[in-house]
Design a protein around this ligand. Structure first.
Ligand code: SAH
Length: 464
């Protein structure tokens, strides 16, 4: 961060604008909106100032004495010497100074703002690109209803009442989030303030502080943060505690609420940092403390994710939970590798299996896998690659059947290693793919020569 974002209280405070043009007038108006006592100094004033009430105009050249008593100063003249002088003198006196379009001369900069008073959102690019900041503001302007100002005022009015009733800050935050995300806010936005207030007070009456813990079992997709669902993102912003394992990419973990506690629960092949029942117990413990617990899992929680086991324990303890599907590795990785899992000419079915070795062998229904016109996706299969290729050939698939290993699909480390059932194990020994890897077998694999579109090198920020 190049600047510290703060909102300053300038109500009734003397603020100085040096300059008499349109820009100076615009700045003076913002100060006025914030309740400041505004003085503008310039040899002459443009027509823009003509109809503005409340700005004291001093028709003089700028002198150091004009700074006396100022809480802050904005220089907006077209004379760079004057601007520089204002900046120098203000700094000498420790008066915050902004010089329009000259970040070097500023001790503070003015953000682009979205005003839903009392709710105000400020956007700044730290001077890097004011246009970008304004564009972002424009986007948000369209998303945030005008009624949010009234909603914020409503909350302000009831804040003390809620505070008196719910003393635990965490429980209070959860209460407000429920208010703002549910029917009470809807009522308020629809203009029915009295009803909204009655509903809020009723909910406050029934508030039972201890019972708000819940668990969100959320699929984080295969790696690229862009593949998260809206719901996943929303719950990530709400959670108090995040439990994640190493299939979840770092940029995704970073998107969880800033002040949420993060707990790494590991899970690598043969190296479970925490045994599954301890993970289950952790979920229960945090939820029982009244927290909102986010269990983030790679891909989809219900596809080779043990999601079922985790929520069984929760259900047993009567803890509320919800499950958010994610893009499973097969789907995400195949897309990014240019391998359509089904295709009218090559595959009418697609089967997901685990290639995880148990006691050194794979107990799979090979006859059902080795069928024509079927794509097979092996999760956790790399260590058994030799076995599974041999078994498929043994059960009738031609040795020339295309097969691929996709390493760290959808991230900037994605690699697609291709061969056939006969050649792939040897190729893998040379190429040494890095986990996680997915193995895809079937005619569709050959299509990736034509359909690959994703360039991992350009996938900034999606590393694990
Ligand atoms: N629930 C997850 C799967 C967990 S099992 C899902 O739905 O995707 C772990 C296996 O998923 C890994 O061994 C690997 O086979 C596969 N996998 C997960 N993410 C992957 C990725 N980005 N690229 C390749 N394989 C991946």
């Amino acid at each position: 961060m190049d600047f510290l974002p703060v909102f300053m209280n300038v109500k009734g405070r003397p603020c100085l604008v040096v300059g008499g043009g349109e820009v100076a007038h615009r700045k003076a108006s913002v100060l006025l909106d914030a309740g400041a006592t505004v003085k503008a100094v310039a040899p002459e004033f443009s027509a823009a100032f003509g109809d503005q009430q409340g700005i004291e105009r001093v028709a003089e050249r700028f002198r150091p004495a004009h700074l006396d008593g100022a809480t802050l100063v904005i220089a907006a003249t077209d004379d760079s010497d004057v601007n520089r002088e204002v900046s120098r003198l203000a700094r000498e006196r420790n008066i915050p100074v902004n010089v329009v379009d000259s970040p070097d001369l500023c001790t503070f900069i003015m953000p682009s703002i979205m005003d839903r008073s009392p709710l105000v959102v400020a956007f700044s690019s730290g001077g890097a690109s004011p246009v970008l900041a304004r564009m972002l503001r424009g986007k948000l302007e369209t998303m945030v209803p005008q009624g949010y100002g009234r909603l914020a005022a409503f909350c302000a009015r009831l804040r003390d009442t809620v505070k008196a009733r719910i003393t635990n800050p965490q429980t209070r935050r959860i209460f407000w989030e429920n208010v703002l995300e549910g029917p009470i806010a809807e009522k308020m936005l629809a203009g029915d303030e009295a009803d909204a207030e009655a509903m809020l007070l009723e909910r406050l009456e029934n508030e039972n502080a201890a019972q708000h813990g819940e668990v969100y079992l959320v699929g984080a997709g295969p790696g690229d943060p862009d593949l998260l669902t809206f719901r996943a993102l929303r719950l990530m912003q709400k959670a108090d505690v995040v439990l994640y394992d190493n299939l979840v990419s770092k940029p995704i973990v970073d998107m969880a609420r800033r002040d949420a506690a993060r707990i790494f629960v590991g899970k690598q092949r043969d190296n479970h940092t925490l045994p599954q029942d301890e993970i289950n117990a952790l979920l229960v413990r945090h939820a029982k403390e009244g927290k909102r617990v986010l269990r983030l899992k790679g891909g989809d929680p219900f596809i080779f994710g043990r999601g079922g086991e985790e929520i069984e324990t929760l259900a047993g303890h009567g803890i509320p939970f919800q499950v958010v599907p994610g893009i499973t590795a097969a789907s995400g990785v195949a897309s990014y590798a240019g391998i359509p899992l089904t295709h009218r000419d090559y595959a009418q079915a697609c089967i997901f299996v685990t290639g995880h070795l148990k006691d050194g062998s794979m107990n799979l229904d090979w006859g059902a896998l080795a069928r024509p016109k079927q794509t097979i996706v092996f999760y956790m299969g790399l260590h058994g690659l030799g076995t599974l290729c041999a078994k498929l050939v043994e059960h009738g698939l031609p040795g020339s059947t295309p097969a691929a290993i996709v390493q760290q699909g959808t991230t900037k480390n994605q690699r697609v290693i291709k061969g056939t059932l006969v050649t792939l194990p040897g190729i893998a020994q040379v190429e040494k793919p890095q986990a996680p890897t997915l193995i895809i077998v079937g005619g569709v694999v050959a299509l990736s020569d034509k359909l690959a579109w994703f360039n991992p090198k350009q996938a900034a920020g999606s590393a694990r």
